[in-house]
Design a binder for this molecule. Structure first.
Ligand code: NAD
Length: 477
């Protein structure tokens, strides 16, 4: 299959401006090139922003009921294209077909339907006479043209987390998918042109320079980015200069705190699954395991027994794990593992799998110190690190001792302990005896270097709306 992608602007698939460089698209399961995407430049970005701005004039006035109906039609159109969209996503990312079709895609459709409903119950919070003879009300309005920038690990889902709440609330969007896996997002946008008026949903391909040009465009009123902390900083700097609204869902480095009284076999099984899902290329991956000293060795054995049953393979090989996204990502994981300090020890995995593509096996590293890069940095690979703790205070200090604060989990049968940790942990989500479950109704966002704002849930709509105080005098004029 060869994919030579075009941008989707103003309701049409558009060839990029003559001379635009092309970015090769590489299948991570084979290392082979399967197509290309334009590295869109300023002229293409401008065309997309102009289209979104023109469409805004009418889309922002469409009633919530009609927007909701369009969103519901969008969900059905995409659902009917499950096979095509999942194939493209699998081609671009290498993830197992089963994972895409059974887990991710149904959630994506549900998220669109959630926002179709949520946009009908939005309201200003207050209406009344707070000053003599002045009636005040609060209007909730769309922000305008939104720049949406997404990563490669869940291309379709991350796109939906952004365009669905933005369009549902009356904004128009220019979405830039990751240059590493843009094909499924482009196809999704093509399919949805029959539902939304031209210019409401535009997709423009390219890498960081295209993203920067988009955020700098004068017609862009807000930016939402999911990606690395590095990209978040770059975008926030431009947004600060332009004083536009910004939402950032950045990297994570989840602590997974296992107390001696937990159900250890069931915790180990669930933690291995949550650490290795999507080959660990997940901002919520359960990678940084902190275990109470008294059960540490026993717990390592349990993790090993589950990890050793995990299989790696290409999307159609019915394996648990696919490849990493690129040679660069694989090298990054190798580099992080190349120096384990004085005490660190690899107890399984640790070396790339010798076959075409970018496969890396489940890897467990023990005895790391808190200052080690594997502990301090998001790994984004199938690697679990272990550290020991003695007391609750010790666990909290190790858990909070990193810059990112997206998600954390606590494994214990002591409810008081679980609730104390939920209070003390500096993370946007804390789960107990499970790791980072995701529901359309619940917010997903981080603290610290994981960014600010929320995706999903009714809170996600705050990122795409503004409130306005309207005051009307009752006096006879
Ligand atoms: P990345 O930061 O390299 O790229 C993300 C997106 O930002 C891409 O579209 C990229 O082209 C664009 N980009 C990069 N630099 C930019 C710049 N200076 N200006 C404008 N756009 C720019 O991240 P990635 O490697 O694609 O994805 C992995 C990262 O995403 C990980 O850190 C992961 O934790 C994070 N992530 C976070 C969440 C979350 O919900 N918090 C979800 C998924 C992924």
């Amino acid at each position: 299959m060869t994919q030579d992608l075009r941008n989707v602007i103003a309701g049409e698939s558009v060839a990029p401006t003559a001379g635009t460089p092309q970015i090769p698209l590489i299948n991570p399961s084979t290392g082979e090139v399967y197509g290309s995407a334009p590295a869109s430049t300023g002229a293409d970005v401008d065309y997309a922003c102009q289209a979104a701005s023109s469409a805004l004039t009418t889309w922002r006035r469409v009633t919530p009921a009609d927007r909701s109906a369009a969103m519901l039609r969008a969900a059905t159109i995409l659902e009917n294209a499950t096979e095509e969209l999942c194939s493209l996503e699998v081609l671009g990312t290498g993830k197992p077909v089963r994972q895409m079709v059974d887990d991710e895609f149904p959630a994506i459709i549900d998220q669109i339907r959630f926002f179709a409903g949520a946009c009908r119950v939005l309201e200003g919070s207050s209406s009344g006479e707070y000053l003599p003879d002045i009636v005040s009300s609060v209007r909730r309005e769309p922000l305008g043209v939104c720049a949406l920038i997404t990563p490669w690990n869940y291309p379709l889902m991350m796109a939906v987390w952004k365009w669905a709440p933005a369009i549902a609330t009356g904004n128009t969007v220019v979405l830039k998918p990751s240059e590493l896996a843009p094909a499924s997002t482009v196809r999704m946008a093509e399919l949805l042109q029959e539902v939304f008026p031209p210019g409401v949903l535009n997709v423009i391909c390219g890498a960081a320079p295209t993203g920067e040009a988009l955020v700098r465009h004068p017609l862009v009123a807000a930016v939402s980015l999911t990606g690395s902390t590095r990209a978040g900083r770059a975008v926030a700097t431009i947004a600060a200069d332009r004083l536009i609204h910004v939402q950032l869902e950045l990297g994570g480095n989840a602590p997974v705190i296992v107390f001696a009284d937990a159900n250890l076999p069931s915790a180990a099984s669930a933690i291995i699954a949550a650490a290795l899902y999507n080959s660990g290329q997940d901002c919520t991956a359960a990678t940084r395991v902190l275990v109470q000293s008294s059960v540490h060795d026993n717990f390592v054995e349990l993790l090993l027994s589950y990890a050793s049953r995990t299989t790696c393979g290409a999307p159609h090989e019915d394996a648990d794990l696919g490849p990493l996204i690129s040679e660069a990502q694989l090298r990054r994981v190798e580099d992080l593992l190349s120096d384990l300090g004085q005490s660190g020890q690899v107890v399984c995995g640790g070396k790339r799998i010798q076959r075409a593509g970018y496969f890396f096996p489940p890897t467990i590293v023990t005895n790391l110190t808190q200052d080690h890069a594997l502990v301090q940095q998001e790994i984004f690979g199938p690697v679990v690190t272990l550290q020991k703790f003695t007391s609750e205070e010790d666990a909290i200090s190790l858990a909070n001792g990193v810059s990112q604060g997206l998600t954390a989990s606590v494994w214990t049968t002591d409810t008081g302990c679980a609730m104390r940790l939920a209070r003390e942990l500096d993370f946007g989500a804390v789960s107990v005896n499970t790791h980072a479950p995701m529901a359309s109704e619940m917010p997903h966002g981080g603290f610290g270097a994981s960014g600010y704002g929320n995706d999903l849930s009714i809170y996600g709509l705050d990122e795409y709306t503004r409130i306005k105080h309207v005051a009307v005098s009752l006096a006879n004029t």
